[in-house]
Design a protein around this ligand. Structure first.
Ligand code: ADP
Ligand code: MG
Length: 307
């Protein structure tokens, strides 16, 4: 569904340049449900906006659903946004109208598209589990329910790809869980590809694959040891799931063999003010040591972290 290689996005404001994405590589399979995590300012929204065709990359290559996002004409971009992607934001106010009912809110975008509205809107509300609230005004719904209305609207055009930017950012943890359950169910039942951006590592743990962005580059990837379905089955059979090591974390090598080493690791081996490390192959492992460190003083506990 998504192939992204060496993606670069530079924002130019007056005489200032911001490198929001710095050569990012990432692939997403059709039918995947995955999360992107990273601190504020790491480039998550920038990436999502490129995926959704809201903004254009500066360089690199990006193919979404077979379409080249760098070369696409303005006209194709408009129909891409209308037909191929659905967006869910943290802030519902962007999508919803408070004095209309849940049903009317979902009908509205369908009306603009000139399709058979009422039936379709009801179907969509059913898909997000809100049939019983259809005649309630928006402001009478909880935050989680409002977010489900927003998701129903995002699904109105039957997009292949659903992009969600901090969709649970303003919800409490119980409601956040419900929204995530809904994403999982939609992913399973209609097979829609879903990319969720979040800064909440706990939320990210609930999907099978998590990609971490640092400074506009992918720095690591966490893969679930067991599929979510297997885990649920175990839960049902009464085996407690080990939340702590549900995922295995991998560092990401780019095409040129470059690797981002966490700052804390470098500090722990005594690399601070220098930009040099010693790189050695030892016993089938790659060893990173501080150039100042005498070879014998390499502590086995630390060498494991650095390898
Ligand atoms: N329209 C813009 N103009 C200039 N700089 C921007 C713009 N949008 C984002 N940035 C900058 O790009 C970087 C990445 O931002 P963003 O993608 O919003 O991060 P995140 O969503 O991970 O918090 C930040 O340094 C941000 O200030
Ligand atoms: Mg953001």
């Amino acid at each position: 569904m998504i192939q992204c290689e060496g993606l670069v996005k530079i924002y130019k404001a007056a005489d200032l340049e911001v490198f929001a994405l710095q050569g990012l590589d990432m692939n997403v399979e059709a039918g995947e449900l995955m999360a992107i995590i990273g601190n504020s300012g790491s480039g998550k929204s920038t990436l999502l906006n490129m995926l959704g065709g809201l903004d254009r990359p500066t360089a690199g290559s990006l193919t979404v659903n077979g379409k080249n996002m760098l070369k696409m004409s303005e006209r194709d971009l408009v129909s891409y946004k209308r037909e191929s992607v659905g967006f869910v934001w943290q802030n519902n106010a962007r999508n919803l109208i408070p004095y209309l009912t849940a049903l009317e809110n979902v009908e509205l975008p369908i009306l603009l598209q000139g399709r058979r509205k009422r039936m379709r809107a009801l179907e969509l509300l059913e898909a997000v589990g809100l049939t019983h609230r259809k005649n309630n005004k928006l402001h009478q719904l909880s935050g989680g329910e409002q977010q489900r209305v927003a998701i129903a609207i995002a699904l109105a055009n039957e997009p292949k790809l659903l992009l969600a930017d901090e969709p649970t950012g303003s919800l409490d943890s119980r409601m956040a869980d419900q929204v995530l359950d809904l994403f999982r169910e939609l992913n399973r039942t209609i097979g829609i590809t879903i990319v969720i951006v979040t800064h909440d590592p706990l939320l990210a743990k609930k999907v099978d694959r998590v990609v971490a962005i640092r400074d506009g580059k992918i720095s690591s990837e966490m893969l679930r040891r067991k599929s979510y379905a297997e885990e649920l089955e175990e839960l049902e059979r009464g085996i407690a799931a080990e939340e702590e090591d549900s995922h295995v974390e991998y560092a990401i090598l780019d095409k040129a063999g470059r690797l981002q080493v966490p700052a804390a690791y470098l500090e722990s081996i005594g690399v601070k003010d220098s930009n040099k490390v010693k790189l050695e192959l030892a016993d089938g492992k790659i060893l990173l040591t501080s150039p100042g460190a005498p070879k014998k003083s390499v502590d086995p506990d630390n060498s494991e972290e650095a390898s």
